[in-house]
Design a binder for this molecule. Structure first.
Ligand code: SAM
Length: 482
């Protein structure tokens, strides 16, 4: 029997089945242990230190106790703490992005995904480089600066060379004042050599959802194709880091397996990355299973109610305070609104999950991966967020300045983010407002930017940011970032 070891490079040791079952048992036994719950909440609370604010985070065991606890005032305390941590490290900034589907050719048999190879009635599409260019122009014309590229796994139709060529094309398009400054990549698990090629192509975060950490279920849910190999999939982030990729993004597809199992597995994966590579995941995504062509989510037993989903988000926020959290348009405006308060720091807007979807007038469904719930335009999402008091940020400076991996975490940990991310968010939001926003959004946005300038702690930084914002408004840009 495999023994739990977070430092091991073997999936069965760092995502150890027995340890997860023990954790769930321990959490169940202690879910009403008020003394322990208070101690865990206290441990997770942000503390002032000589160089800023520090948060310790929680182990998967501690976090699982919080998740199991149903005492109303303790659950409320979790939400309050999640809000406090979010505010301490991310302020009111929310990073904006959009997915770009390159190809839905796929050789895998994933039973929850409409791209599975047996689905003969979905339209199969793969963008040519000219089509990539058109999609990127459409995305730039909305105001997007950051993309997550998506593709099925198909070594013949979507080999790594195709993905690299697309990345190259995306970075090469400069339409009006637009450009894509960070391309994150969500493609199937691959080799160290291929990860190195992605790194050399200048990608941002490499994102790979585990789907489920439960090996037996994983194998049943991925009955055929290269993705069937649980160990190869689970060990992918180690290969990505070995290939030089600093920022990796984790996630599980909630709805496939028991959420308590997934939650413990996800945090163990984060602990493993920290233990082995000295830096935890850059992001955690929280996708939930959705209806899609050929897929009925009701046939899966583990669907999550919204309140439980939100509790999971809050518990992740408390447990890994320095990890960004992503929510997609799979979720409705209402759920996204609540999730933003309690932990989410990145949000997609105006997403189309079909191949070539951005160049179509109407949202096409023929090659779509799943139904999107939030169908608003980017302008509507930005406007809404600002009305809620958030600063939609189009900043990609950390990546461009080489502040990735542990260097980003250091910035986050010493609290300097307020003198860096905050002014950058305001400058990039101003660029967005000037170039792409509707009149109403501009009005709300310029007021917000002016007000938020006062929340930059260092006077010198504030003065430089204010001057740059005036320059951007006067169309006199220098693309300056802190
Ligand atoms: N082929 C890559 C892989 O195997 O990881 C990229 C995956 S796909 C383009 C992105 C993600 O969509 C998947 O990892 C999965 O979690 C999610 N997904 C698949 N089917 C879904 C569905 N019916 N509802 C919601 N999300 C789904």
């Amino acid at each position: 029997m495999a023994i739990y070891n977070p430092k091991s490079l073997k999936a069965e040791e760092f995502i150890n089945h027995e340890e997860i079952l023990d954790t769930i048992r321990y959490a169940e036994e202690n879910k009403n242990n008020v003394e322990l719950i208070d101690a865990i909440l206290e441990k997770a609370r942000p503390k002032k230190t000589a160089d800023g604010i520090h948060c310790e985070g929680l182990t998967h065991r501690e976090a699982s106790v919080l998740l199991a606890c149903e005492i109303p005032e303790k659950v409320q305390a979790m939400y309050d703490l999640a809000r406090e941590i979010k505010l301490a490290f991310y302020g009111n900034r929310i990073v904006m992005f959009a997915p770009l589907y390159l190809s839905n050719y796929c050789v895998n048999g994933c039973v929850y995904c409409p791209y599975h190879y047996k689905n003969k009635h979905i339209a199969r599409k793969k963008l040519t480089q000219e089509e990539v260019r058109k999609e990127v122009i459409a995305l730039q014309d909305m105001g997007h600066k950051r993309l997550a590229i998506e593709a099925g796994e198909d070594p013949v139709n979507n080999p790594i060379e195709y993905i690299l060529e697309c990345i190259n094309t995306i970075y090469s398009v400069h339409h009006k004042n637009g450009d894509i400054r960070r391309v994150n990549v969500n493609i199937a698990a691959t080799t160290v050599e291929n990860y190195r090629k992605l790194k050399d192509a200048g990608i941002g975060t490499y994102i790979l959802f585990q789907e489920t950490y439960h090996k037996k279920s994983y194998e049943e849910l991925h009955p055929t194709g290269p993705k069937h190999n649980y160990d190869y999939h689970t060990e992918a982030m180690d290969r990505a880091m070995e290939g030089g990729i600093d920022d990796v993004g984790l996630g599980v597809l909630f709805g496939l397996e028991m959420y308590k199992y997934e939650f413990a597995g996800l945090l163990m994966h984060a602990e493993h990355l920290e233990a082995v590579h000295g830096v935890g995941p850059h992001t955690i995504s929280v996708p939930r299973l959705k209806r899609a062509d050929d897929i009925d989510p009701d046939t899966f037993d583990n669907g999550l109610a919204d309140d439980l989903f939100e509790k999971i988000i809050a518990c992740i926020r408390i447990s890994v305070p320095y990890t960004g959290m992503i929510i997609s348009t799979r979720e409705s405006q209402e759920v996204r609104g609540r999730a933003l308060e309690i932990g989410i720091s990145q949000i997609s807007g105006a997403s189309r999950t079909s191949v070539g979807g951005y160049t179509e007038e109407e949202r096409p469904h023929d090659s779509e991966q799943f139904d999107v719930s939030d169908q608003r335009t980017l302008d509507e999402v930005v406007n809404w967020m600002m009305q809620l008091g958030y600063i939609p940020s189009f900043c990609t400076a950390c990546y461009r300045e080489g502040r990735t991996g542990d260097r980003f975490m250091a910035l986050c940990k010493n609290g300097q983010i307020q003198n860096c991310c905050h002014p950058n968010a305001l400058m990039t939001l101003t660029e967005y407002l000037v170039d792409y926003a509707s009149e109403e959004t501009k009005e709300i946005g310029f007021d917000l930017v002016e007000k938020e300038l006062n929340n930059i702690p260092k006077e010198k930084v504030k003065a430089i940011a204010a001057k740059n914002i005036e320059d951007i408004k006067a169309s006199n840009r220098r693309d300056f970032r802190f």
